[in-house]
Ligand binder design. Structure first.
Ligand SMILES: [Zn+2]
Ligand SMILES: [Zn+2]
Length: 426
């Protein structure tokens, strides 16, 4: 039992691990003769307490695996924080570069129930409270533009790409530079997350930073300021458009909604309570990185294979209409490239939930490798002698997922792995 508990504890709370059958053997190899010598280390799944090698599922979604989603959230937090104040290989000086936090919304597809800040009732005359499931759902589902709402989600990614091209152009224009010479002076880095609004439309939150020509470790030029960056973002967001399909004679094209929020990010040290701090921004982005469409749809967190599955899904009527619209549009030959059926459970959005430009900061992969290295260092297998290298032979086959009832029970009795960092959990 203690051995099984130890193996389960290594999963850090993952409840849907991947089970693997097989082995991994590390041999010492003589550098000069090439001869294979002693076995340095051997892992055999048959000898494990659970009978298999158990590997974390690494699922990002909180509804699928809370523990792995938490790890993902922490990693995202560190990734965003590194881009804001340095660390994990990103220079500290990024904290002095112009940085803003921007929210890009979707356009309107018809009136929805909402909560007004001025205390007046919704258009339906009700005063909705914060938890009201009606919030964000259409006042009149029969006139709500579901077709555009789904197609918006399908085009949000390309619209963001168009925006990022325009942004460089707008910054260059304000600095009196041509697009061609811009890259010799400055570079734009960003990290963004996609989030579903209550009405099921994707919108984006992004940290956008202005660096010197070589990225984070070079100082931005003298003209670079948060004000110039904000102004350029507004111009680029207003100009960005992508053409969508023409459906039954109706030409769709997509642009961001008029609500655009851009706020400078200050270092925590200089916060006077009015402006966004690095910590708040990182916590906010990390929180949304672990959520998918299920935040608006309820339990639909994986692809559907037949429309009939929708009948069993415990989702809101609005979400059901979104999914059904995606499914119906997905049958059209001319919309094949949007893969709307495969992404119907995501309400048509097929982009990545969190993305960043190459130079923003470290990567999730690098953070994962660092963690694996640390874990490996805890169990020190015999090292090869001088003049030797190692040869690793491994063979693993998929043997299933999840834990047995007994393993689940035992795993639940284990203390959660203590967090090593003290970031806010908001
Ligand atoms: Zn997991
Ligand atoms: Zn209402």
């Amino acid at each position: 039992m203690p051995a099984l508990a130890r193996q389960l504890a290594g999963l850090g709370g993952c409840t849907h691990p991947v089970r693997l059958d097989g082995h991994r053997t590390e041999y010492a190899v003589n550098n000069t003769t090439g001869e294979i010598g002693a076995v340095l280390h051997r892992l055999d799944s048959a000898t494990f307490p659970a009978g298999h090698l158990l590997v974390r599922c690494n699922n990002r979604r909180a509804t699928r695996c809370p523990a792995c989603a938490e790890t993902y959230r922490r990693d995202t937090y560190h990734l965003i924080t590194a881009g804001l104040r340095g660390g994990k290989g990103t220079p500290d000086q990024v904290a002095t570069h112009p940085r803003v936090f921007a929210t890009f919304t979707a356009p309107g597809f018809g009136p929805v129930h909402n909560r007004r800040t001025d205390g007046r009732p919704c258009r339906c005359d009700a005063h909705h409270d914060q938890e009201d499931a009606a919030l964000g759902t259409p006042l009149d589902p029969t006139t709500y533009d579901y077709e555009s709402a789904v197609l918006w989600n399908a085009h949000a990614g390309p619209l963001w790409r168009r925006f990022s091209i325009y942004l460089r152009r707008e910054i260059a224009k304000r600095a009196g530079l041509t697009q061609r010479t811009f890259r010799d002076h400055a570079r734009v880095s960003f990290a963004k997350v996609a989030e579903y609004q209550k009405r099921g439309a994707v919108h984006f939150h992004a940290v956008i930073r202005l660096d010197g020509p070589e990225g984070g470790d070079t100082s931005p030029p003298a003209w670079a300021s948060a004000e110039l960056l904000t102004d350029a973002i507004r111009a680029a967001a207003a100009a960005a458009r992508v053409d969508g399909p023409t459906i039954d004679g109706r030409a769709h094209n997509f642009a961001f909604g008029r609500q655009l929020d851009v706020r400078p990010i200050r270092s925590a040290d200089f916060d006077n309570g009015q402006e966004l701090t690095e910590r708040a921004v990182a916590a906010y982005i990390a929180k949304y990185a672990t959520k998918g469409a299920e935040t608006t749809t309820g339990t639909l967190d994986r692809p559907i294979r037949f429309l009939a599955e929708l009948a069993q899904a415990r989702i809101t009527e609005h979400a059901r209409r979104m999914v059904r619209t995606a499914w119906t549009l997905g049958a059209r030959k001319e919309l094949e490239h949007l893969r709307l059926r495969a992404w119907a459970h995501m309400l048509g959005f097929r982009g990545h939930f969190s993305t960043k430009s190459r130079r923003y900061s470290t990567t999730l992969g690098a953070l994962r490798t660092a963690r694996a290295d640390w874990r490996r260092a805890q169990t020190t297998p015999p090292a090869p002698q001088d003049g030797e290298t190692t040869l690793v032979l491994a063979h693993w086959v998929f043997a299933g997922t999840g834990l047995s009832a007994a393993e689940t029970w035992l795993a639940a009795t284990l203390e959660p792995a203590p967090g090593t960092e003290g970031e806010p959990t908001a």
